[in-house]
Design a protein around this ligand. Structure first.
Ligand code: G6P
Ligand code: MN
Length: 445
């Protein structure tokens, strides 16, 4: 089977390839086509992958191209992990927002809106091409903001595009471990939007164990989200939020920490990856070792500012390895081999959450088989969560409209109506600031 990776020169491609190398099952991926707009990045990644494959019998063969249509034609699966505007664009998103005193994170708040505005048109173009050139392919979208981008692509691909994120899976496993439960046997009740969901129950043999966790400050202090949000707030809230809700519940502290930091996350990654790709221009450089060192540094510093304001300390060693590639592979296997499994994915709501319409992409446990991903029934959201989810989905819809029609009014509504933007005046300045920073947004009228 053939897998095409869009953003194939991107930094996390070796994680995916590593997972493919470990897969010995029938019907596995035998050919990987990397697509990127940047040939030098493709060269760098091809070298890392070649070192990974050394000595592995029947390693999937790797080809690279800058021709999108060629990459898509004949694909069985398409992984989309692109970054429109690169990490320089991400750093700009943060800078413009922080200058206005609001959050510039790549998926949350003003930064997520700016990133969405420039990414949606590119994602829709890709989706249209897939529909034409590889109509039977399954598209697995990792591109952030993952929920919004998946919804944009679903307008052309229906249920053949599925969005993934490793945050909910990591959260579910951490909660299970804190409770002494087997993460593979625990049933996690998690629902919301991407980077905006809550664990509301964790059932082992049908019995909810979460109340025991919420009542025990020591247990709550034993894992990442417990330390990030604090035992007292989690007990009061009665659920364990996705780590990205730290930006909502501790907005002031997060904004202050990012303003005081030497460099924002995007600027740090921009400089770090610039160093990596520059090093790869030396043909004698050890590709895999250099990549792995860079990866370890990236993972250790993930959400460092948030953890610092919360006094949460370092990340646990078992949280460092990510898992995003494991979810992608599990999803692909379930679909390709009809291996039924349950995964938290970004799919169309249908009737799952009454607060949202049928086409809204939500993040929810799904039953996956050869027919795709089917959301499992979920209890209604409590009012505070339904409020946030509907507000943020409404903002996403404005982004989709602005991207499609070029409407400045829709873009202004997106910024102004976001719960983390506190004034229409600020929203207007954000829009102007982003239009100056990203020439691609100058078309908004
Ligand atoms: C988590 C998030 C992803 C994000 C990744 C890397 O896994 O769920 O959406 O892409 O972290 O974040 P970073 O800040 O290192 O780019
Ligand atoms: Mn994510």
């Amino acid at each position: 089977m053939r897998l095409t990776i869009l953003g194939g020169g991107g930094f996390r491609v070796p994680l995916v390839y590593g997972a493919l190398l470990a897969d010995r099952g029938a019907g596995r991926v035998t050919r990987v086509v990397l697509h990127d707009v940047d040939a030098a990045r493709l060269d760098a990644m091809t070298r890392v992958l070649a070192e990974q494959a050394a000595g592995v019998p029947d390693a999937p063969e790797v080809a690279a191209t800058t021709d999108l249509d060629e990459a898509l034609t004949g694909a069985g699966f398409v992984f989309s992990a692109i970054r429109v505007g690169g990490l320089a664009g991400r750093a700009e998103d943060e800078r413009v927002a922080l200058a206005e005193g609001v959050l510039g994170q790549e998926t949350v708040g003003a930064g997520g809106i700016a990133y969405g505005l420039r990414t949606v048109p590119v994602a829709e173009d890709i989706a249209r091409r897939v529909a034409r050139l590889a109509p039977d392919a399954w598209v697995i979208n990792f591109t952030n903001p993952a929920g919004l981008v998946t919804e944009a692509m679903s307008r052309h691909l229906g249920d053949r595009v599925i969005g993934i994120c490793d945050s909910p899976v990591g959260l579910g496993r951490r909660v299970a471990r804190a409770l002494g439960a087997d993460p593979d046997r625990a049933q996690v009740d998690y629902v919301g939007l991407n980077h905006l969901g809550w664990v509301r129950a964790l059932r082992v043999d049908g019995r909810d164990q979460l109340p025991r966790l919420l009542a025990d400050p020591a247990l709550l202090g034993s894992f990442e989200e417990g330390r990030l949000f604090g035992a007292d707030w989690l007990a009061a809230l009665g659920a364990i939020p996705n780590e990205y809700l730290h930006y909502y519940y501790f907005d002031r502290e997060a904004v202050r920490a990012y303003r005081e930091a030497d460099r924002t996350r995007g600027a740090f990654l921009r400089d770090q990856q610039h160093g990596f790709y520059a090093a790869m221009r030396d043909p004698a450089a050890p590709a895999l070792a250099t990549w792995d060192r860079t990866r370890a540094e990236r993972e250790a510093t993930y959400m460092a500012e948030n953890r610092e304001t919360a006094g949460a300390g370092e990340r646990e060693p078992e949280d460092l390895s990510g898992g995003y590639e494991k979810i992608a592979l599990a999803l692909m296997r379930a679909v390709a081999r009809d291996e039924r499994t349950t995964l938290v994915l970004n799919v169309r709501n249908r009737g799952t959450l009454a607060a949202l319409d049928a086409d809204a992409v939500i993040e929810v446990p799904c039953l996956v088989d050869a027919n795709g991903a089917h959301p499992l029934a979920a209890d209604p959201l409590p009012a505070h969560a339904a409020g946030l989810v509907t507000a943020v989905k409404a903002v996403e819809r404005e982004v989709l409209e602005a991207a499609r029609t070029g409407s400045r009014a829709a873009a202004l509504r997106a910024f102004a109506l976001h719960p983390l933007v506190d004034s229409v005046t600020v929203a207007r300045r954000l829009l102007d600031g982003y239009a100056r920073a990203h020439p691609g947004l100058a078309h908004l009228r």
